[in-house]
Ligand binder design. Structure first.
Ligand code: G4P
Length: 533
């Protein structure tokens, strides 16, 4: 039995591009003492972008980051694993899959913009999995929407009850600090010239006349009125409702100026859950048990431009990892040795020798691992942890050099294994699969890698679909076709899938076929092995 897992917290930040995820990440590292001045994370990203590699030239060209990783830091005796969810145009299925390895999510919202499209999608994935969500409303140092209006928008658009834990005192130039509703104290901050270091914070009672002097009597009075209103509403924070994913505590602040970051981290420390039990094929595993279990949720190609090998990211669910240990690889049905593992502590890549439940480690992968693979000691086990998500963009590839068919097929299959694309098969055209991705850029990555890694130059012909639904209850494509489904295909495991153009199509099919279930996700099977060459 080990206790190390009790001090592990594994979380991800979900947000729309530009809401401040990088900035908040930096500040978490800063307050965790992992870096001493902010600016380093962005610098690292910049350095990464400058590194030349073959297909990552694409990254350079587009000025975005395709790679993502896991950052670790300590705060208040807790060891945090922060899983980076790719955003911007490199938003992809990887972003969703990463959430399967997190025990909690911070939903970051721009106070002027409210709930945006990408946040909604990521929220939806967390909700589906019952992941607890903490909300941080950012950029209060800029003109912001009214705090009450923001809370109602979150409740209405996302359908989740919110409970404020801190409350902003003004916004824009008048943003003075936050009121801590649990500690019943006013926290004001000094605007320091530099935002790169921790910001001094003062604590006062709500009736302290100093508050009038700092914020002005009008702002001080509206704070007192708002606090009375909030307290009168009697919405106290219920930890178990939060852990079930039913309510979201809300914090306000400004990652850029550091206002509100410290009270947020202090509260987060107390509510972010430690790793819990996980369901497996044979009952659940407890994080503290001796038996080692883990699953692979992401395979990253070409992290090191000098080598062609890959890194498989594994989330440990129970027991202890030790380098050199022998584990059972469920899909391959054999024992393997886990040799070199890496973690990124703050910004440094380190070889690690041990890790515990909750930790995420990167394994050098000579081609042994696929997304969804389970590794364990004490006999075989499988997790249902990493589903496939409905792609939003679809295309077929036309090979530009007919002599390269074999290379293209090999490339497409390998990239599907890695999770870059999903494959769907239309009856009668099995050799010409439809490819689906969540983020458009994945198509560019696919075409680039097919050409540069496999020597197969392709043109991608886009198809007009936007939705895939796995149809539970139907057994074949023929059955789907008889029901006016725009295009009936099978996935790589042979499950019938309906491809549709619009939300309206989806609703119509659901309405007309009540005996079937149209699922947005499908379990990751072992189907990659099934495709015939
Ligand atoms: P992202 O990772 O979510 O995409 O966002 P990122 O942190 O890169 O922030 C996007 C922009 O918003 C950056 O400005 C950043 O400085 C700014 N920002 C983040 N948090 C706050 C905040 O609390 N207040 C204010 N006022 N701005 C914030 P930029 O001009 O695009 O980049 P930079 O030149 O500042 O790096």
């Amino acid at each position: 039995m080990t206790a190390e897992h009790l001090r592990r917290r594994t979380f991800a930040i979900i947000s729309h591009p530009d809401a401040g995820k990088t900035t908040l990440t930096e500040k978490l590292l800063l307050y965790g003492g992992a870096i001493h001045t902010a600016g380093a994370v962005k610098a690292r990203r910049g350095a990464q972008k400058a590194a030349t590699s073959d297909w990552m030239d694409l990254e350079k060209k587009r000025g975005i980051s395709i790679t993502s990783s896991v950052l670790q830091f300590e705060y208040g005796g807790i060891r945090y694993n922060l899983l980076d969810t790719p955003g911007h145009q490199d938003f992809s299925e990887d972003t969703y899959r990463t959430l399967t390895a997190a025990d909690c999510a911070i939903m970051l919202i721009d106070a002027a913009k409210g709930v945006e499209a990408q946040t909604k999608k990521l929220f939806h994935v967390c909700r589906m999995r019952g992941t607890p969500i903490v909300t941080f409303v950012n950029k209060l140092d800029r003109p912001a929407r009214d705090a009450f209006a923001l809370m109602s928008e979150i409740e209405e658009t996302l359908g989740m009850k919110t409970v404020p834990r801190t409350w902003p005192i003004g916004s824009g130039d008048l943003f003075k600090g936050v009121y801590d509703l649990d500690g019943k104290s006013v926290l004001t901050f000094d605007r320091t010239a530099k935002n790169a270091s921790r910001v001094p914070m003062q604590m006062r009672g709500l009736d302290d006349p100093q508050i009038d002097a700092i914020a002005g009597s009008e702002l001080a009075q509206s704070l007192r009125d708002e606090v009375e209103l909030l307290t009168g509403a009697g919405d106290s924070f219920d930890l178990s409702a939060f852990l079930k994913g039913d309510i979201s505590p809300v914090f306000f602040g400004s990652a850029l100026t550091n206002f509100g970051v410290e009270p947020f981290l202090e509260a987060f420390k107390d509510i972010c859950p430690a790793p819990g039990p996980r369901e497996t094929s044979g009952g659940h595993v407890e994080p503290g048990e001796d038996r080692f279990t883990s699953f692979v949720f992401k395979v990253q190609a070409n992290m090191d431009p000098n080598h062609r090998d890959r890194i498989a990211f594994m989330r440990i669910c129970s027991g202890k990892f030790e380098s050199g240990m022998r584990v059972w690889h469920y899909r391959l049905g054999k024992e393997i040795r886990l040799a070199r593992a890496e973690q990124l502590f703050a910004q440094e890549r380190q070889t690690i020798h041990e890790a515990w439940a909750g930790d995420v480690v990167g394994l050098h992968d000579p081609g042994l691992f696929r997304i969804g693979d389970t590794l364990s000691t004490g006999g075989p086990v499988t997790f249902d942890s990493v589903p496939r998500f409905s792609p939003e963009h679809f295309a077929r590839a036309t090979l530009l050099d007919p002599m390269k068919r074999k290379q293209m097929q090999k490339g497409v299959d390998e990239l599907a294994e890695e999770g870059t694309v999903q494959l769907f098969f239309q009856p009668g055209r099995e050799k010409d699969p439809i490819m689906g991705v969540v983020g458009q850029l994945q198509f560019e990555v696919l075409a680039y890698r097919l050409e540069h890694e496999y020597g197969a130059k392709v043109a991608l012909d886009r198809l007009p679909f936007g939705y895939a639904r796995w149809v539970e209850g139907a057994t074949s494509c023929a059955e789907l076709e008889s029901r006016r489904i725009p295009l009936a295909v099978t996935d790589i495991d042979g499950h019938p899938v309906a491809l549709m153009q619009s939300e309206w199509d989806v609703r119509r099919l659901e309405r007309d076929n009540e005996s079937w279930k149209f699922l947005e996700t499908a379990p990751m099977g072992s189907g990659f092995a099934k495709r015939e060459a």
